[in-house]
Design a protein around this ligand. Structure first.
Ligand SMILES: *Cc1c(COP(=O)(O)O)cnc(C)c1O
Length: 349
């Protein structure tokens, strides 16, 4: 604490990201990065941007990327917002769409950045308990609210909510924005972007950090009604005109254009996930059904914190949350087949 701080800073509770270890030899299965590299076409596009033009500011609107996303999803560019990672896109949505005096609703077990943004922007919130199977029950969201947000698939559970349930939520809450955070949707879900033309209260956020393997580039996006996008643009243009640099715009657009590489790497991650789930169950773990690039598992006889510490000693890092309801679970990112083998061998030991 310092006398120079604005008063509200002392009460901020920041998000704690997963560890990024300096050691390269660790098997890193703790932050849901993609085990495969970015599209070679994306890398080539980024390399081509490293030239004298870097003296010039980038396109403040990232039009080239908006067009690539619009083409991919069959929407209009004015239905697309792009930002510096989906965390920034989510922050602008909290700031611009959730400050209505009524509480924001999100699951009790979910992405731990949501309460942090509520703290930053002074938004009241209520958590809604997942059911005993750790699934979202849309009927439980039937209460006064100033907005609803959840990841789909949910994080850190990996569990998917079907599109018809999302549609029921949208219909039951016509006066609230429902924000579906689809960070992991490409690993087994169906995007709610298919619904944006029918529901002006739907905003869908996505990231290039997971399924498109560009966590280091920092690119995220949102798709929704142009009026919702306009609110995000107003916030963005009151904060930072150039959230995406020239390299990021070029690389992200090329990543969306390279459908083949994207589909093939997603397919491999999904196949590995199914193999890891089977192997963990054979070792006695309970594993929640996952539609993501990670799994959420507990062992009925072994303490999760001890398992995580034992894995770490063997050079494998996974994520453990000391939160109520989930303190006996481990969240494990799906790696390459070699990394998954190292995980399973270490667990068996
Ligand atoms: C990883 C993740 C994000 C953030 O993605 P970035 O684009 O890297 O900021 C957002 N939401 C959820 C649920 C995530 O898991």
């Amino acid at each position: 604490m310092s006398k120079f701080w604005s008063p509200f800073v002392k009460d901020l509770v920041p998000y704690v990201p997963g560890e990024q270890p300096k050691l390269n030899k660790l098997v890193k299965l703790n932050t849901n990065e993609n085990p495969y590299g970015p599209s070679p076409r994306a890398i080539a596009a980024m390399q081509a941007e490293v030239n004298d033009n870097l003296r010039l500011y980038p396109d403040p609107n990232g039009e080239r990327l908006k067009q690539a996303v619009a083409d991919y999803y069959g929407v209009q560019p004015n239905q697309v917002f792009v930002g510096n990672g989906s965390d920034e896109v989510l922050a602008h949505a909290f700031h611009g769409l959730f400050q209505h005096g009524r509480p924001l609703l999100f699951p009790d077990v979910t992405y731990s950045f949501y309460p942090v943004y509520c703290g930053l922007y002074g938004i009241a919130y209520e958590t809604v308990a997942l059911n005993a199977q750790f699934q979202i029950e849309v009927a439980d969201y039937d209460r006064p609210n100033g907005g609803i947000i959840f990841p789909n698939p949910n994080a850190p559970t990996g569990c998917l909510l079907a599109l018809d349930a999302i549609e029921r939520l949208l219909q039951a809450n016509p006066d609230s924005v429902v924000l579906v955070d689809e960070a992991y949707v490409d690993f087994g879900g169906e995007s709610a972007i298919a619904l944006v033309d029918r529901y002006p209260n739907l905003l869908v956020a996505q990231t290039l950090s997971k399924s498109r393997s560009l966590a280091g580039l920092r690119v995220g996006l949102a798709v929704g009604h142009p009026d919702l996008i306009e609110a995000l643009e107003r916030i963005k243009n009151s904060f930072n005109s150039y959230p995406l640099d020239r390299i990021a715009i070029a690389g992200a657009a090329a990543a969306f254009e390279d459908r083949e590489y994207f589909q093939e790497t997603c397919r491999q991650v999904i196949a590995s996930r199914e193999a890891v789930v089977d192997a963990l169950r054979a070792l006695g773990f309970d594993v929640l059904p996952s539609a993501a690039n990670f799994i959420f598992a507990r062992h009925p006889q072994r303490d999760a914190a001890l398992i995580a510490a034992g894995l770490r000693e063997q050079g494998v890092i996974v994520r453990h949350f000391k939160h109520p309801r989930i303190e006996q679970f481990l969240r494990i990112t799906i790696g390459t087949p070699e990394q998954n083998r190292a995980l399973l061998d270490a667990l068996a030991r």
